[in-house]
Structures are given as C-alpha cells and as structure tokens.
Design a binder for this molecule. Sequence first.
Ligand code: PLP
Length: 397
Amino acid sequence: MAIAMKIASQISKSSWIRRMFEEGERLRQELGPDKIYDFTLGNPDVEPPEAFGRELQALAREPLPGMHRYMNNAGYAETRTAVANKLSADSGLTVGPEQVIMTCGAGGALNVVLKTILNPGEEVIILAPFFVEYKFYIDNHGGLPVEVWTNHETFQLDIPAIEKAITPKTRAIIICSPNNPTGVIYPAESLKRLGDLLKSIHNRSGHLIYVISDEPYARIAYDGQHVPNIFPLVESSVIVTSHSKDLALPGERIGYLAANPRMATVMQFMEGAVFSNRVLGFVNAPALMQRLVAKLQNESVDIAEYQAKRDLLVNELSDMGFSMVKPDGAFYLFPQSPLASDVDFVKLAQKHHILLVPGAGFGAPGFFRIAYCVEKEMIQRSLPAWSALAREAGLKG
Ligand SMILES: Cc1ncc(COP(=O)(O)O)c(C=O)c1O
C-alpha cells in the first residue's frame, strides 16, 4: 500500500461528511444546484463583517515594513495583547499576551495543545456527540480517546459519567460549548462542578487533568444567552478557538490558544506550546490575518441571521414530528433519527435531495446533523422535501 495502513483505515472511518459532500456534488451535477438541499458542511454562507474588508484595504493601501516576514512563533505581540484584553474582559481575570499563542485555526490549536501535554498512551476524554476530528488529533500525538456520553436527553455534561471514566492515565477532557453538533451551551454551574472535581483530584493525588475548551462558536449564542468563560470556573483550562465561524474566515486559518493564568504550571505549558507550534510545522499563524483580527476582537457576523434560521428549522421540523433539543448557539441541529438506523435515514433523505450527516459520524448513532449555515431561502425551498421525508419515515410530515 502506498500510504500508511493507519491513514487508510482512518480515511475509511472518517468519511461520512466527505461521502455526503461527494454525493451532493454528484446530485448537483445531475439535477442542478437548486434541486439539492445540502445541510452537510459547517462552512459559513455569510461574508465576514464589513470591518474585516475595511481593515484589509487599509493594510493593503499602507503596508507595514516587514509584514510578511517570520515572527515570534507565538505570534505578534499586538495581536496577542488584543486577544488577551478580550479574554480579560470576558473572564474577569487578568490574562496577558504571554498566555496567548496565535494558531492556524482551532484545529491547529488543538493539535498544539495535545502535542504539548500528551505522553504516549495517555487518555483524553471526549464527550459524545463530538466533533469527529478530536479522535484523529488525539491519535496524532499518541493519545487514546475515551468516549463518554453527555446526558442523552439534554446533551448537557454528565459529571458522574466523566468522573467514572477518569483513570490514572487521564490527561485531558475536551469540551465544546456552544457545541458542534448539538448546539447546547454548558452553564457556568456545571463547568464549575467539573472544575471542582478536577481540583479535588489534583489536591488529593497531584494528578493534573486539563480541560481543553474548544470554543469556535463562542460568539454565536442565541436569545441573549452568554457563553460562560471557562477560566474562573476550571483552573486547569486551556481555550482553543478560531475566527473560522464568528468572523466567517475558515479558509484563512486564524485562531488562538490561551492558557488559564491561574494554572500553577502556566509558564511551562506556554513554553511547551510555543515549541509545539513551531515543530508541528505551523511555525506561526498567518501574518496578515493576525494584523486584521487584532482589530476585530469585538466583531462578529450577524448572529440574528443564524438565530432566524434556527427558529425556522426548529419550528417547521418540530411541527412535522421531528424531535430535537433546541440549540442555544452554533449553527447545527441534532435531531433524533425517526428510523432505527441514522444511516438508513440519511440515505432516505438523499432520495428527497436532502443531504445530512448521520449521528454515527459524531459517535452518536440514532441522531442526524443539520448544518444550517446555509441561505435562508434554501431552507424555505427545502421544506416540502422535508415534509415528504418525514411522512416516508413514519412521522406526521
Ligand atoms: C467543534 C469544532 N472544533 C474545531 C473546529 C476546527 O475549526 P478551525 O477551522 O478553526 O480549525 C471546528 C470546525 O468545524 C469545529 O466545529
């Protein structure tokens, strides 16, 4: 085989979203793009905020000397200071630029953190349903994923289940709020319970377990809800995030990691993470994007637009008989599959030209994911097809 057996096997296990996307391409060619209702990808359909274009033009008009050169592996001081100021305001703690590293997206940040902390064979708890890349990222650095379910009805943290899964080999727990794929936000009380549990384990045995808080959707919260900052609630925490979703810049690969200033080992952690960013070959996050996002820390795409799409889908699909948790944020819905097999349901949906991802792709069979970062007009056009699909799957429709 021309490629490593492990990669070949991982490709075959990870291909749900890709397979659906390819099927979508095939159907689009065959039937025309307006006949296909593609809800598979978390690729924002909106443009970045106006301020992004303004700052980009200003920089192009008046370029800074040396602005395309290598820099400190952690990123520009100016950008890290802007991020640190925003984190200080959000957390009520004093976060400094020395606790921030600019990264190639949240994916890059996750890999940097995992490389920094994992010894071979150590375990990382991931909470089903989860973003499937976590498993591959953990494997990249010799770790072992341990799957623990969130509450089956609410998708909220199940602290006793997490406690039960902790072993002497547990090195980290990855959480994601607002969540992909469920859209739930974890309230401050449950994050504090998690923080208290980990602190008591640390005090009792010296066993340090990190919480890696994956937050690319933190600015996409609905109904005036607030996403609690993890730093005051969990001492051993690291934020990994990006501007892929909140500024609609996924192709630009710009994000950051930030370590909790209250963590006793923060300096050692940061030294390791700067080194990891370098030797993973990222070297530093894209220079031009760093200059721009430094000016955009209080900006985001129009959240009201996403909320309107959520409301439209939740109301219409609920009326048709689908059952789901109403998302608090992000731009995903994760309803129960009306058929016993989520894969069969997704295949049936294809017959109605609706493209979805089965819950199996998120470690959660029995559900399916709708990514509604698509045009509202497409959602509206898709409703008769949803209704026919619902009826064929035994719901009211
Ligand atoms: C939960 C979650 N984490 C991380 C990422 C990766 O984001 P980025 O594009 O910033 O690497 C995504 C992207 O969809 C995501 O949904």
